[in-house]
Write a protein that binds this ligand. Structure first.
Ligand code: SAH
Length: 360
């Protein structure tokens, strides 16, 4: 018999069935295992009480159900929780849980660090440590889902309602593993997330946007952040390879289901990209694309020189866009006090209540 893959949480139900078959077990055992791992968030074989003890024993000798250790968590005054995980090789990654009145969203990381080098983002200062495996990507969801269910006393399997791939790393720079993770997260025997409730955000890796369109069906967000090539290339090195024209072309050919839009994230940095002129250029750039703009007031970091905008400026910018028939929203800056907000994930402590916290 081949040796078992170590991380069972990284396997689709199909692959798991193969493994179970090789062990000489009945196929339905695979579904049982899959449900234990992804629906109930089991962290050991011991918990899987409806599996024969002998099978659990054999599995535990050759495989694992958990790849991430929960290292620490911090809770923001606004209810946001940043959870830090440690991978088996000691890398630290972060996920951010954001409960609100109508949804519970998890912001998921796809890489330890990031290679994109955007000069306004703290994660970029880490550089790329490595890609996360499908098991590590899914593992963040399983762990937080389990914790929220326990702490908030949810009866159902899945308190999390939405996933955004906007944590550490560039998802489309780890596309194969992202795709494998999405297949697991979408599975009916697992979390059964609908494509409407999953959003993947990219800096704009143009060829990968085309593949993303062809090979997945979840929603797309683009970190735009500027309205001219000169401006964008200064803050996002990726723009020197695929400029605004190439990026927006890719957006224009992106197949959208009925009623769907592409989300454009636009981080507002005072005196850099927040002028009336920028708003007008932005509306012009996105003309003809079913688009929605999320305006994110910049989260300052001591070592980075960009400055945030006042809420009034963000609001005025939004109104300008709305007047030009571009749907725009000012995003709340959640978890700023614990350094869990956009662009702040860099394995550091926030300035706020740094105590260990449970989720929520
Ligand atoms: N690499 C992907 C996924 C990360 S999303 C992407 O870039 O889309 C993280 C988002 O936070 C991006 O939209 C980025 O533009 C934004 N961001 C980065 N640093 C920020 C900061 N300091 N303040 C506010 N937003 C920031």
């Amino acid at each position: 018999m081949d040796s078992l893959p170590v991380d069972l949480g990284a396997l689709t139900l199909e692959d798991l069935s193969e493994v179970v078959g090789k062990l000489g077990e009945r196929p339905y055992r695979a579904r049982q295992l899959f449900r234990w791992i992804h629906q109930r968030g089991a962290e050991s074989f011991d918990e899987m009480t409806d599996l024969p003890r002998e099978l659990r024993q054999r599995l535990s000798e050759q495989a694992a159900v958990r790849t991430l250790d929960r290292d620490a968590a911090q809770r923001s005054l606004d209810g946001t929780v940043k959870v830090r995980f440690r991978t088996r090789d000691g890398k630290l990654i972060e996920s951010v849980y954001m409960p609100s009145a109508d949804r519970r969203t998890l912001c998921v990381s796809t890489q330890a660090g990031c290679a994109m080098g955007c000069i306004f983002c703290l994660t970029a200062t880490l550089g790329l440590e490595r890609n996360l495996t499908p098991g590590e990507i899914v593992g963040q969801v399983n762990a937080v889902n389990r914790e929220v269910r326990r702490d908030e006393g949810h009866e159902g399997w899945r308190p999390l309602t939405n996933l955004v791939f906007m944590g550490m790393g560039e998802p489309l720079n780890n596309f194969e593993n992202l795709k494998a993770a999405l297949a697991i997260l979408r599975s009916e025997d697992g979390h059964n997330f609908s494509q409407r409730h999953i959003t993947v955000s990219t800096v704009g890796l143009v060829p990968m946007i085309d593949r993303f369109a062809a090979e997945t069906d979840v929603k797309l967000a683009i970190s735009l952040n500027a309205t001219t090539d000169e401006q964008r290339s200064r803050i996002m090195p990726v723009n020197r390879k695929w400029n605004l024209e190439a990026l927006l072309e890719a957006c224009r050919r992106f197949p959208l289901r009925q009623g769907r839009r592409i989300t454009f994230e636009y981080v507002l940095m005072r005196g850099f990209n927040d002028s009336d002129e920028d708003a007008r250029r932005l509306a012009e750039l996105l003309r003809g694309i079913p688009a929605k703009v999320n305006l994110i007031p910049y989260n300052e970091a001591p070592e980075l020189s960009f400055r945030s905008v006042a809420f009034e400026r963000a609001e005025a910018f939004r109104e300008l866009l709305s007047g030009l028939h571009l749907a725009a929203f000012v995003r709340k800056n959640r978890g700023r006090d614990i350094a869990a907000a956009c662009g702040q994930l860099a394995n550091r402590q926030g300035s706020g209540p740094a105590a260990q916290a449970a989720v929520p």
